[in-house]
Design a protein around this ligand. Structure first.
Ligand code: MG
Length: 163
């Protein structure tokens, strides 16, 4: 009998919006006058998804594997970190069933970029794009997101882990 267990994971991330940085979300460079600040490319969505996957597989969080104190990871593509997390999951016989996520910002509008984000994530993780959900939500101009001081993201995932 083929035994497996189902595991959920949750991830959250936030990065500050600043001038003179590219805005990269879901591995897509987005045309905007501000970008996200971080040690890596500061891809807030991919960091939330990576944390959800690592958490579901009991592999800690993104900082455990890609410390923002380590100069080796400066400017690194978050798609690379996501794909490395995917490899770690495969080594644990953990199969990704679904990922769902939300990115919260009032501007820019993310909808036109979501198909490319899904393709990037599907390719990095070697999963079908239709098991990935990405939603852009606004903050109704409330709080730090509404003030365009930062962008935040939440992600969940469901894994089937072999035993
Ligand atoms: Mg981050």
């Amino acid at each position: 009998m083929n035994l497996f267990s189902l595991r959920t994971g949750i991830g959250y991330d936030v990065h500050r919006l600043v001038p003179d940085r590219d805005l990269i979300i879901g591995g897509v460079k987005i045309d905007f006058h501000l970008g996200l600040l971080g040690h890596s490319d500061a891809d807030v969505l991919l960091h939330a998804i990576t944390d959800a996957l690592l958490g579901a597989a009991s592999l800690g969080d993104i900082g455990r594997w890609f410390s923002d104190k380590d100069p080796k990871w400066k400017g690194i593509s978050s798609l690379y970190m996501l794909s490395e997390a995917g490899k770690m999951l495969r080594q644990k016989q953990a199969k990704i069933i679904s990922i769902d996520s939300v990115v919260i910002c009032d501007r820019p509008k993310l909808l036109p970029y979501i198909p490319d984000m899904k393709l990037n994530i599907a390719s990095a993780l070697d999963v079908p794009a239709d098991c990935i959900g990405i939603k852009g939500k606004t903050s109704e101009k409330l709080g730090f997101v509404g003030a365009e001081e930062g962008i935040e993201s939440y992600a969940t995932c469901l894994l089937a882990v072999g035993s």
